[in-house]
Design a binder for this molecule. Sequence first.
Ligand code: ZN
Length: 183
Amino acid sequence: MTNKASEGRNLYVLDHFEYCPKCGSNNLSRPKHISVVCSDCGFTLYFNPTSSAATFIENGDGKLLVIKRAREPSKGKFGLPGGFIDPGETAEECAIREAKEEVNLEIAKIDYLGSWPNTYLHKSVLYPVLDTYFIGHVENHQEALGDSSEVERIEYVDPAKVPEDQWAFPALKQAVKKYLETR
Ligand SMILES: [Zn+2]
């Protein structure tokens, strides 16, 4: 068993590296806090933001579909259907895939809303993220389900009446603001 100083602590992704993964040296630097560089062998690893996509979907009555989150981070707060973009996937493809996986809805048309930086904590690693947001148009809401393990339940809400602290992430609060302006 190892007993590293970083064990169990929530740290920014770069700060979990105590040793060079190539040569094992602990002579590491983190220039501008976007890469880990080994001063002994030159190994360099970049940590630019990971990307996510999420979608605002309204039903025919102008109510917004929200997901009550079943898991941390922000358990019990409102999120939107969305998730992390797979390698080789476009942001639009990710948004459409996640809407199908998380709430069983087929997005027929999708429009870009904007992007906002975020952070995401998972198993004590804090990741920098770039969230992209879309407005998705769905023809049939009858099939909407929230049966993914990440979804406690889905609700339809008036987004203008949701208290700001009920939104799961700061980036989502900013996206909601723009969404309400563009409706
Ligand atoms: Zn090295």
